[in-house]
Each structure stands twice: as structure tokens, then as C-alpha cells.
Design a protein around this ligand. Structure first.
Ligand code: G6P
Length: 369
């Protein structure tokens, strides 16, 4: 097992550090940025089904469901196709309205999640085209779907999903951009900019990992917290949800993710000097709005841990701690912002002496209801 961990203390840490390489594996052969081409067999063969779809419905569970939320923003923004994201468990039991011109995307790391599999079968019965985004080759979901794309993240052993999530977003970004090109919904320069930026993501993820020693210091300060709030806007709202899920899964600290602007409709009542609030605040769209959210937290003595773009000045003045990360396009920054949150959860869990790779009550793959 020590050998399998490749010198890391836990599988989770190894898998966090594998992300620059596996993200590259995910777009290898699919992304030809110098030619402005995205090529994925499963999408190419079914291009018409996608471009004619009146809407796309994404079904998934857990972390994969969060990747689905990022994809909703990407597909709507780039390809202008309406997207709904559903928990597979809800979808299968509520007699959903699905037509033959709907496309279903099922996202699953293991490809074995019982609820997701059942949702796929139901959508197929209703005549929809079902596309799978799976990590495990030859898994039940990969076999049950009409077509699909693998994430190529390699085996993920840690129960808390890390590299599966960022590679899912990578695949979904490729799909969204390919559809945008076909539909002509994105200017050519914007399309190319995203391709070039996607290619730079592995390097930027590597750079984000360098914040580790800073993150250890922050973990030291907040390891005994009972609660934690995660806030983000736009593409970073699902990242906030995923950050909170990671913390609760492995450290057993109660954590909630919220869209930053929703804070005033409830969570703000919880803020006092005991409450750490992790705010994803890159210097892009809505930056000023996030800054004013941070001011609201500060006015109530909440402790602010902010994820900022390299060279940020404004948030630094307000926050108790900052973690710097490289910037990308708005959509792709969601991949980069995920990294420090994974590390923060990991270090807090280790300091609390929790079983990081096999947290209590959780399973890597939920194959029963
Ligand atoms: C379990 C795992 C999660 C995972 C979820 C969905 O709850 O512990 O990490 O996100 O199942 O799994 P899937 O394999 O379908 O992505």
C-alpha cells in the first residue's frame, strides 16, 4: 500500500497532486488548440443529437452532481442550450418529463452508482439520448449509456473524490466548447481563448498546489471549528458546494456552501467571531459584489479565508487569510479554485486525526439504495 501511495501519506493527497497530470491525460488527443479543434468520438458521432436538443438534463450524485452544476453554467454560457441538473435519486422517483429530443448526461466516477444507473434506464425508456461521463472504463454506466466520454483520471482510491471532479469538469468543458463551435454561439476568439486556457490548466493547477504550506497554517487555526461556510458566485458557486462537501466528508465539521449573494437570506444569521467563512474571490466578473459580501462578513466579526487571484490587493485588506491562485477564464478558474479547498479539507482532517481515505459511514461507490 505504501508503494501505491507513491510516497504520499494518504491516497487522497496523492490524488490531489496527480491532478496536473490527469487533467492533461483527459484532454490529450482531444484538444488541438493550435488547430482550434476539439475531437471526442462520442460527441462527434452524435453531434446532431446535441445541437438539436431542446435541453440537456444532467443526472448525478455527490461530487459528480457538483461537476454537473459547473457544466450547467458552461453549456448554457458557451453553447446556449438550456440545462437542468438533477440528483439522480430525485429524478428516478418523480416521473420526470423527458422527451425524445432531450439529451441526458449522466456523470459518475465509478460508473456504478445505483441511483444514477436507474435514472439512465428511466431516461432511455422515455426515448432520450443518454451520454455518460465516467471514469471507470467498462463500468455499468459506461455500458448502459448510448455514448460517452471517459475522464481518464486513473483509479481513485480515496473515498472523497478529488481528481475525478476536476477531470469531469475538464471533459464537460470540452463538450461545452465543442457544442459552442458547432452552434456558433461563441465568437471565434473567445472559443480559441478557452482552448488555449484549457491547455494551460495543468500548469496552473501545479501552481495552485504550491499554496500548500500557507494552507497548512490556516488549517492549524481553524481545525477545531464546529461550523464552516463556503461562498462563491457564478462558476465558483458549485466549487463552494464541493469545498463544503469535502470538509464535512473527511473532517466531520459541519459545512455549508452557498451562492455568496444568498448569504443575506439566512446564513448571515450564523456569522460571529467563531465562524470561518471561505470566500472564493478571484478578480473577475462580480468581483466587486464578492468584495461587498466580504465586508458584510467582516462587519459581523466572521473570520474570512479568501481565495484570491495572484496579486490581489482589495480583498487582502479585508480578509484574515488569503490563498493566492493563478487566474484563467471565468469558467476554467473553477478547476483551479477547487485545489486549495481540497488541500484545506485534507490538512484539517489529518490534524483532527480522522481517517482521511476511508471516512466513517461513507462508501466510494453506492451501489445499493
Ligand atoms: C459516493 C462517493 C462520492 C461520489 C458519489 C457519486 O457518495 O463517496 O465521492 O461523489 O458517491 O459517485 P459516482 O461514482 O457516481 O461519481
Amino acid at each position: 500500500e505504501q508503494i501505491e501511495k507513491g510516497g504520499f501519506e494518504h491516497f487522497m493527497l496523492k490524488e490531489i497532486h496527480e491532478q496536473p497530470d490527469v487533467i492533461k491525460d483527459t484532454f490529450r488527443g482531444r484538444l488541438l488548440s493550435d488547430k482550434g479543434i476539439i475531437r471526442m468520438a462520442g460527441v462527434e458521432d452524435n453531434l446532431e443529437k446535441f445541437t438539436r436538443a431542446k435541453r440537456i438534463v444532467i443526472v448525478a450524485c455527490g461530487t459528480s452532481w457538483h461537476a454537473g452544476l459547473v457544466a450547467e453554467y458552461m453549456i448554457e454560457e458557451f453553447a446556449r442550450i438550456p440545462v437542468e441538473v438533477e440528483y439522480a435519486s430525485e429524478f428516478r422517483y418523480r416521473n420526470p418529463i423527458i422527451n425524445e429530443d432531450d439529451v441526458i448526461i449522466a456523470i459518475s466516477q465509478s460508473g456504478e452508482t445505483a441511483d444514477t444507473l436507474a435514472a439512465i434506464k428511466l431516461a432511455k425508456e422515455k426515448g432520450a439520448f443518454v451520454f455518460g461521463v465516467c471514469n471507470v472504463v467498462g463500468s455499468s454506466i459506461a455500458r448502459e449509456t448510448h455514448a460517452g466520454a471517459y475522464t481518464h483520471a486513473g483509479p481513485e482510491i480515496g473515498v472523497a473524490s478529488t481528481k475525478a471532479f476536476t477531470t469531469q469538469i475538464t471533459v464537460l468543458a470540452l463538450i461545452a466548447l465543442r457544442l459552442a463551435k458547432e452552434k456558433g454561439t461563441l465568437s471565434h476568439s473567445e472559443y480559441l481563448r478557452n482552448l488555449v486556457e484549457l491547455e494551460l490548466i495543468p500548469e496552473k493547477v501545479k501552481e495552485a498546489l504550491l499554496a500548500d504550506s500557507e494552507i497548512i497554517k490556516i488549517a492549524e487555526v481553524y481545525k477545531d471549528s464546529n461550523n464552516c461556510l463556503y461562498l462563491g458566485r457564478g462558476f465558483n458557486y458549485p466549487v463552494a458546494l464541493e469545498g463544503a462537501l469535502k470538509l464535512k466528508e473527511i473532517s466531520y465539521i459541519h459545512a455549508e456552501g452557498y451562492p455568496a449573494a444568498e448569504m443575506k437570506h439566512g446564513p448571515i444569521a450564523l456569522i460571529d467571531e467563531q465562524m470561518p467563512v471561505i470566500v472564493i474571490a478571484p478578480n473577475q466578473n462580480h468581483y466587486d459584489k464578492v468584495v461587498s459580501n466580504i465586508q458584510e462578513i467582516k462587519a459581523r466579526s466572521g473570520k474570512i479565508i479568501a481565495l484570491v487571484s495572484k496579486g490581489d490587493v482589495q480583498v487582502r485588506k479585508l480578509a484574515d487569510h488569503v490563498i493566492e491562485m493563478p487566474q484563467s477564464t471565468e469558467a476554467l478558474t473553477s478547476i483551479i479554485a477547487t485545489i486549495p479547498l481540497q488541500l484545506l479539507s485534507y490538512h484539517i482532517a489529518v490534524m483532527r486525526e480522522c481517517n482521511v481515505d476511508q471516512p466513517r459511514n461513507l462508501a466510494k461507490s453506492v451501489t445499493v439504495e
